[in-house]
Write a protein that binds this ligand. Structure first.
Ligand code: ADP
Ligand code: ADP
Length: 232
């Protein structure tokens, strides 16, 4: 589904240069929820952002959904990225747009027609249980609701993969459970493959089928969670 082949990424150059990710190879299997864990600064977020080339690797290859992303010209990369949604810790919603308006953004950027846009926005809001908030502005929403809007936006192009960067780290435990339920629902109902960066062991235990452990830019361990397989 997504394969990283010996990807590396450095920040800065010369003696001040710092290798955030160092020759990591990793395969995320289709249909799974794959966790990436490790201490702060280990390179987890950089690795995740390399999966859709939001962060282009200095070296190495990224194959996603059968395409070598590193070999694609910009226009084709933009289209390939529609199949890979992203969710962040800090929601990144536009505050001058309604909930519907936020979910519509990726569709507007892709030139999706008005009728289909409306249908899609509604479909995604319904999926995360927020259709009644369609016309509200994000400022009026709780943290969990904001994250659900961000998830709905990430689903707008009906992606095959969802990349989540610490999606519950700014939420309280109850809201975290609510968001994890939404993510599990997306995996089981829509069959979307999920990659999730987290430092919360609870998230891993609750959600993940497979886990990769990073330390100082390297992949140091990987394991499957015994009682959870994608088929269950
Ligand atoms: P993690 O997600 O595991 O906390 P990150 O991938 O965010 O780790 O960061 C790995 C290392 O790379 C950290 O030391 C961080 O400070 C550094 N880093 C990340 N992004 C940048 C950037 N844009 N510029 C410079 N250094 C960065
Ligand atoms: P904004 O004020 O944030 O621009 P709009 O009302 O113009 O919000 O709608 C933004 C987008 O959301 C449009 O692309 C529209 O197709 C879609 N949209 C608006 N209202 C709805 C709705 N009730 N259901 C589904 N989609 C909607």
């Amino acid at each position: 589904m997504i394969s990283l082949h010996k990807v590396s990424k450095s920040y800065g150059s010369g003696t001040g240069g710092f290798k955030a990710v160092d020759r990591v190879s990793l395969t995320v299997r289709g249909g799974t929820i794959h966790g990436i864990i490790g201490p702060s600064g280990a390179g987890k977020s950089t690795l995740l952002r390399m999966m859709n080339l939001l962060e282009p690797p200095d070296e190495g290859g990224v194959v996603a959904l059968g395409q070598d992303l590193t070999a694609l010209p910009e226009a084709k990369l933009r289209i390939a990225r529609r199949s890979i949604g992203m969710v962040f810790q800090q929601f990144h919603l536009l505050h001058n747009r309604t909930v519907s308006g936020n979910v519509a953004v990726p569709l507007e950027l892709a030139g999706t027609g008005r009728t289909q846009r409306r249908e899609r926005v509604l479909e995604c809001l319904r999926f995360v249980g927020l259709e009644d908030k369609a016309d509200q502005y994000p400022a009026r929403l709780s943290g969990g609701q904001k994250q659900r809007v961000a998830i709905a936006r990430a689903l707008a192009h009906r992606p095959a993969v969802l990349l989540c960067d610490e999606p519950t780290s700014s939420l309280d435990p109850d809201t975290t459970s609510e968001i994890l339920a939404v993510l599990r629902h997306i995996n089981t109902t829509l069959g979307v493959t999920i990659v999730i960066v987290t430092h919360e062991m609870e998230v891993v235990k609750e959600l993940c089928h497979e886990v990769s452990v990073m330390e100082r830019g390297r992949l140091v361990d990987g394991f499957a969670l015994p009682r959870r397989t994608p088929a269950e």
